[in-house]
Design a protein around this ligand. Structure first.
Ligand SMILES: [Zn+2]
Length: 224
């Protein structure tokens, strides 16, 4: 086969030249694409999409409450805001900085003593909702439980794929025990949070600092 020479009149050259390589690496590409798709599907912004698919499938069972299922599967992540406000000792309530905080925190997820807790993702909250739903027989409450459980399950798959399955405690009791255990071994898990808050404070504008945002020194204080 004659070799295709690149020039301004042959716009297909790049594609034609790349195709053999793509075919050669097709097996690897298939694997990489599968992982990439899986990771993307599990990302926060795709919770809405996966939740919508699951909610649609549950219409025969939940009826109009499948909408409640869907909303619950999204709003459960509201506890990331609670986590941010708590970690910065109720000194900042900015949603924008909350997102930045979790973005920075995510980079530390593989740190040796990293341990996080998201309240609405815990076994205790889920058990409470399940029991409440069973006692009352309210379908909307049961839909909230199933929506949240669905979200937690997709989160677990995502964390497993990312190799960070045990970085978030699944239970409030587990968090307390593990946090205490880390400290008893002479380590300070809170330092990861104070370090991230320090990075966040560095990027804050002076006007925001005046408005009450953490300063770098503030954020270096011990946090629990
Ligand atoms: Zn989540």
């Amino acid at each position: 086969m004659s070799k295709i020479v690149p020039n301004s009149h042959n716009k297909n050259w790049t594609i034609v030249n790349t195709l053999p390589k793509l075919v050669h690496y097709s097996h690897d590409l298939k694997f990489i694409c599968s992982v990439a798709i899986l990771l993307n599907v599990m990302k926060a912004r795709y919770h809405a999409m996966t939740g919508a698919v699951a909610a649609s499938a549950l219409i025969p069972v939940l009826g109009v409450n499948s909408a409640v299922f869907w909303v619950a599967s999204i709003l459960i992540d509201g506890d990331h805001y609670i986590d941010y406000v708590y970690r910065c000792r109720f000194r900042d309530f900015s949603i924008k900085r909350m997102f930045r905080f979790h973005e920075l925190l995510f980079k530390e997820v593989k740190a040796r003593h990293f341990l996080s807790l998201n309240l609405l993702h815990t076994v205790e909250v889920l058990i409470f909702l399940y029991i409440a739903g069973e006692i009352t027989s309210w379908l909307w409450l049961q839909a909230i439980f199933w929506g949240m459980l669905f979200h937690v399950a997709t989160d677990l798959v995502y964390m497993y794929v990312k190799g960070s399955l045990f970085r978030r405690a699944l239970s409030i009791v587990e968090y307390a025990v593990r946090w205490d255990n880390i400290k008893r071994h002479g380590c300070r898990p809170e330092e990861i949070y104070s370090s991230v808050l320090a990075q966040l404070a560095v990027t804050v504008k002076p006007s925001q600092k005046k408005a009450g945002m953490l300063t770098k020194n503030d954020s270096n204080e011990n946090l629990q």
